[in-house]
Design a binder for this molecule. Structure first.
Ligand SMILES: Cc1cc2nc3c(=O)[nH]c(=O)nc-3n(C[C@H](O)[C@H](O)[C@H](O)COP(=O)(O)OP(=O)(O)OC[C@H]3O[C@@H](n4cnc5c(N)ncnc54)[C@H](O)[C@@H]3O)c2cc1C
Ligand SMILES: NC(=O)c1ccc[n+]([C@@H]2O[C@H](COP(=O)([O-])OP(=O)(O)OC[C@H]3O[C@@H](n4cnc5c(N)ncnc54)[C@H](O)[C@@H]3O)[C@@H](O)[C@H]2O)c1
Length: 482
């Protein structure tokens, strides 16, 4: 028997949970389908465990940079305690907390594997072998996320590689870890495991952190080397094999061999859209899902004037970040409710019901050594988009607050300014604790605050935020026309 409900959400990761919450807040009846753990990748195998694995060594390094504190923290990192803290933060991979939260907002959780079965219809394969069928009066939302992509390197799949799941859920650190890839997962896990005393080798086919301004990747390569990791740029494995003794042997493009206890594949993501019944609504199984700015799926054969199929989060490939997926989810949940209840829809750029910031102001923090935080356009992308680019760069050594925060502060900041309109369009910060500087830049970009007005946003003395004043000084004090 098919049950009618207002909205069906496929996937209860952080993003699916938020769509459910917004649609429920408007009074719609919501069923949310989850086949694994409520909270998804982020809570159990990505953001939360990776950041807890990184935090302790980061705190230790920060203390070591402050004389007086440095002498008091002379012991080694307690690696077992770090893993135990991580286990606590992921509730030992139990999702009772997430399931309880869904119940508290009034969303009905159905545990099983969901798939589309034609327009507005969803079938869920339940654990007991039976199926449940739903018809959505207003919307079906795909929030099924992404998996680690494993490239087709000879021998790799048979070598039992780690993906981000094993790297974030391991209960002990291997003696030697080879990492394939130079993106965010690679550098964060290299930072974490190097901090545990593992002999880490990063194999990056080009530079590190390709999506960021190049000086960020260069600083992280140096930072990782400072932690004792080997960073091999312009190198990739030609073949991988796990031998009889359990060791992994990698044959590199440089023709050398590298031996490790584990190999982590950190080469990007692939969408969870196989077996999702996409072909029953005219979409391509296995592909990323294309959406408009209200997160309605393009090409879904919407049979009514109002869209019925939406997608949010990683599965759209717009920005593979939890906070940005949740932002999309707020727009989607609210627009579904507005359309369902016949309320006005605000889908103009920067309106209530659109995810415009996905194109202009996605904040990202890489919790590596050193930390990297960036938002908006890099210089290269700004030039590609035809922006009249002006850039300024300033080192943290010129900021008294940074010097008090830690001796000899390293790292720097860069602003990308649209000179024609005199607004900031991009910012990158590299250095200790720079993540907390990012939101000011995001606000300046989203608010299109004129640079002349930013001179009136005074950073308190002596804080690290005084980097903003140094950046403005580098841009030049506005002059008054004669
Ligand atoms: C190692 C690592 C660290 C990261 N760290 C950060 C970070 O610090 N900050 C940040 O912002 N982002 C981080 N990310 C990215 C972040 O994890 C993702 O952007 C986020 O999890 C996407 O959320 P989602 O809800 O779209 O997908 P997911 O979290 O993948 O959730 C999707 C859910 O859908 C379920 N599902 C899939 N198919 C079906 C089906 N057919 N039926 C029922 N249920 C289904 C899955 O079981 C899952 O629970 C990290 C990623 C990795 C790999
Ligand atoms: N702190 C955070 O917010 C955080 C942390 C981790 C992950 N993430 C998200 O997760 C996503 C996935 O991260 P990721 O590091 O897996 O992907 P990524 O896209 O950031 O990096 C992939 C890396 O793998 C390399 N690569 C790709 N194919 C390869 C191949 N065949 N052989 C060798 N190298 C290859 C690329 O050159 C690149 O260096 C990111 O886009 C990011 O948004 C975010």
């Amino acid at each position: 028997m098919t049950r009618e409900v207002d909205v069906v959400v496929l996937g209860a990761g952080p993003v699916g949970e938020n769509v459910a919450d917004r649609a429920r807040a408007a009074g719609l009846e919501v069923v949310i389908v989850e086949r694994e753990l409520v909270g998804g990748e982020c809570s159990f195998w990505a953001c939360v465990p990776s950041k807890t694995l990184l935090r302790s060594a980061d705190a230790l390094r920060a203390a070591a940079r402050v004389p007086g504190a440095a002498g008091a923290v002379t012991g080694p990192l307690d690696v077992a305690a770090v893993f135990a803290r991580r286990n606590r933060f992921v509730s030992d991979w139990d999702d009772a907390g997430g399931a309880g939260w869904l119940a508290s907002v009034g969303a009905e959780l159905v545990r099983g594997q969901g798939r589309l079965d034609g327009p507005r219809r969803v079938v869920v394969a339940l654990a007991d072998g039976t199926e449940a069928a739903f018809a959505a009066r207003h919307a079906v939302v795909i929030a099924t996320g992404s998996d680690a992509a494993v490239p087709d390197i000879p021998g790799l799949a048979d070598a039992r590689p780690w993906t981000s799941r094993e790297a974030t859920s391991a209960q002990r650190a291997p003696d030697r870890l080879a990492i394939i890839g130079g993106g965010t997962v690679a550098v964060e896990m290299a930072t974490a495991y190097a901090g545990f005393g593992t002999e880490v080798t990063v194999l990056a086919r080009s530079g590190l952190l390709g999506g960021a301004d190049p000086f960020a990747g260069e600083a992280v390569a140096e930072g990782l080397r400072g932690l004792g990791a080997s960073v091999r740029l312009g190198t990739h494995p030609l073949r991988v094999e796990r031998d009889a003794s359990g060791e992994v042997v990698l044959t590199l493009s440089s023709e050398e061999s590298l031996v490790a206890d584990e190999v982590l594949v950190a080469t990007g993501r692939t969408p969870r859209t196989h077996g999702l019944g996409l072909e029953t609504v005219g979409l391509e199984p296995g592909a990323w899902i294309d959406v408009d700015d209200t997160m309605a799926v393009r090409g879904a054969g919407h049979e009514r004037p109002e869209p019925w199929l939406y997608a949010v989060g990683d599965v759209t490939h717009r920005a593979l970040l939890t906070h940005q997926g949740k932002y999309q989810a707020r727009a989607a949940g609210d627009v579904i409710a507005a359309r369902a209840l016949g309320r006005p829809v605000d889908d103009a750029p920067w309106g209530v019901h659109v995810a415009t910031a996905d194109h202009a102001a996605v904040p990202a923090v890489v919790f590596s050594e050193p930390e990297v935080a960036y938002v908006g356009l890099t210089e290269a992308v700004a030039r590609e988009r035809g922006v009249d680019v002006r850039t300024v760069e300033v080192g943290f050594s010129s900021v008294s607050g940074a010097g008090i925060h830690s001796d000899g502060p390293e790292g720097r900041a860069k602003l990308i300014v649209d000179a024609a309109n005199s607004v900031v369009v991009g910012a990158t910060f590299v250095g200790q604790d720079v993540s907390e500087l990012l939101h000011a830049a995001t606000t300046a970009i989203v608010g299109e605050v004129p640079v002349t007005r930013l001179w009136h946003a005074v950073p308190a003395f002596p804080t690290v935020s005084e980097i903003w004043l140094r950046l403005l000084e580098a841009l030049g004090r506005p002059e008054v026309a004669a």
